[in-house]
Design a protein around this ligand. Structure first.
Ligand SMILES: [Cu+2]
Length: 130
């Protein structure tokens, strides 16, 4: 009995450690120099709205400056979301996240919901300028 309890506790501790190591949260990990603020308490230097419909985004390129950028995502037609790999950004319809970019860079924006026949063609670019 005593050994079993210990095993369960040890497993729980290991699991908690793994979750902490991964960063947890729906946005997963972000690259160094990128800070995600899901509660949007950070004062944004700029705001961008990304809109999606079947089966494209409203722009092929979104340009922002380094600093705190508030991203708002709207799915105007169909069910879409966005994921920006390497940044930790992941949004569904109506969601907002404030992200601080310390460095310039280029990232791909993809749809993160299997939305239909045009899903694999849904991509755009995020360009963070100095
Ligand atoms: Cu999709």
């Amino acid at each position: 009995m005593r050994t079993r309890n210990f095993a369960v506790m040890a497993a729980a501790v290991v699991l908690a450690g793994l979750l902490a190591a991964c960063g947890g949260g729906k946005n997963g990990g972000s690259a160094p120099g990128i800070v995600i603020d899901e509660s949007n308490q950070t004062k944004a230097d700029s705001v961008i709205e990304v809109k999606a419909k079947n089966f494209e985004f409203d722009q092929t390129e979104y340009r922002v400056k380094t600093g705190a950028v508030k991203f708002h995502f709207v799915s105007e037609e169909g069910v879409h979301g966005i994921r920006i790999p390497k940044t930790g950004i992941e949004l569904r319809d109506g969601q907002t996240v404030t992200v601080t970019f310390e460095n310039p860079g280029e990232y791909e924006i993809v749809c993160n919901i299997p939305c239909g026949t045009g899903h694999s063609k849904m991509f755009a670019k995020l360009i963070v300028e100095a």
